[in-house]
Design a protein around this ligand. Structure first.
Ligand SMILES: [Zn+2]
Length: 421
């Protein structure tokens, strides 16, 4: 009998230890109650929720209690927090999370909270009157409190850079094809209050050419090009398949690589004044051109031309279009031997189909400095320079960046900290 009691006692002890320590329920995620905007959803994760009888989440302010959640906990508890609706004032509050276990024990976690309903106030200091599709633009704003800022242009997101603690600017790239332009500044303060400001920029619709290219006429040269690019023999039989692979897959990879370089642009200003267009060159192809490839009248593939093709003499010297830093030199698929310059604050330029480079990654270059020589490496026909400009990794029409007056009117006012309108 005594043995039995001892055994029962031991059992109870073990059970107690098991309940108390091993499978003790607990709550994670309470830190997110420290910042309380007008409206928010908080996800609390409960460990061993079946060991707890009750979860209670309340806000305390001026001796009043506001219940956010009360009930049996699950592994994940989503709590809708609407302090304004509940009647809390802006200022300090306390969030208390209480977990009842073993029917009587109450574990409490308390978090000091800041209640703030005021969204950041954004003031537009500069924006362009109009932009073209495929073109660039700049926006300058001031913000009433420290906030996360971004510029949304249609479905694209562009970062803002600080000119001082209150004034920020952003360069943006307008898609080539769009029905309606929308430019919005989104600001989110430290607590999570957001404000969205529409920027009234007009769209000046620009038409870009479409060319139909018959691959049959270029087959002999293409067989050699495609074999080189793919590193495997391309014959009459797999010609179209190989062309699609290069024009679609390889192009996509190469463009993604360039975009990534563009997104990593440094937050500093390298460039000054207008960008240089290649000396004594003839434009043989423009930015935004749509190329539709056919074979014997049948559609094969298509692509967009994200730069200008400029031809001069054979192996002509290629100059840096502006001051910048070399962020890439190397062979890049359809672009052949390529140099990419970072001009800072999201602006980069691309020089493709070169024979050789005169610079290396990490070099800082000056406007007009020779960085390489033209050729027809990659998917190019005839010796020329492919010149491209990107804003935050999106290709834009270089024609604007070659135009000193456009830069002066559309970009420079955004780069100056002075708060003029
Ligand atoms: Zn080109």
């Amino acid at each position: 009998m005594r043995k039995l009691i001892a055994l029962a006692f031991l059992g109870l002890l073990l059970y107690g230890a098991y309940e108390l320590f091993l499978f003790k329920p607990s709550v994670e995620g309470h830190e997110s109650l420290a910042a309380l905007p007008r409206k928010k959803e908080v996800t609390l994760r409960v460990r061993n929720p079946d060991r707890a009888q009750k979860l209670r989440v309340v806000l305390l302010q001026d001796g009043k209690e506001f219940v956010l959640f009360e009930g049996k906990p699950a592994e994940e508890v989503k709590v809708k927090v609407e302090p304004k609706k509940l009647g809390l004032k802006e200022g300090k509050a306390e969030a208390v999370i209480e977990l009842t276990r073993l029917f009587v024990l109450k574990d409490r976690v308390s978090v000091e909270s800041v209640v703030d309903y005021t969204p950041p106030r954004v003031t537009l200091l500069f924006y362009p009157y109009a932009v073209i599709n495929g073109g660039s633009g700049a926006v300058k704003v001031s913000v009433s409190e420290p906030s996360r800022l971004e510029l949304r242009v249609v479905d694209r997101v562009f970062p803002f850079y600080a000119l001082n603690e209150r004034v920020f600017f952003s360069l943006f790239a307008v898609p080539l094809e769009l029905d309606e332009l929308s430019v919005k500044v989104v600001a989110v303060d430290g607590v999570g209050n957001a404000s969205v400001l529409s920027v009234p920029v007009k769209l000046k619709k620009r038409r870009y050419p479409v060319y139909y290219i018959d691959l049959k006429k270029r087959k002999q040269k293409l067989l050699v090009k495609l074999s080189t690019l793919l590193g495997e023999e391309v014959t009459e039989e797999n010609f179209l398949e190989a062309f699609k692979k290069v024009n679609e897959e390889m192009r996509r990879e190469n463009e993604a690589f360039l975009s990534e370089l563009g997104r990593r642009s440094e937050p500093r200003l390298y460039w000054k004044g207008r960008f240089l267009q290649m000396r004594n060159s003839k434009v043989i192809s423009v930015f935004g051109e749509k190329r539709v490839y056919t074979y014997g009248g049948k559609y094969v593939s298509e692509s967009y031309h994200w730069g200008y093709d400029l031809a001069s003499v054979k192996n002509a010297p290629v100059e840096a279009a502006n001051d910048g830093k070399v962020v890439f030199t190397g062979f890049l698929g359809i672009y052949g031997n390529t140099v990419v310059l970072d001009h800072g604050y999201g602006l980069t330029s691309v020089y493709a189909h070169l024979s050789d480079f005169k610079v290396k990654k990490g070099d800082e270059v000056k406007k007009g400095q020779i960085i390489g020589f033209t050729d027809e490496t990659g998917l190019a026909f005839g010796d020329h320079l492919h010149f491209g400009v990107m804003v935050h990794g999106y290709p834009v029409n270089p024609i604007e960046w070659w135009d000193g007056r456009w830069i002066k009117n559309a970009i420079l006012p955004a780069l100056q900290a002075k708060e003029e309108r």
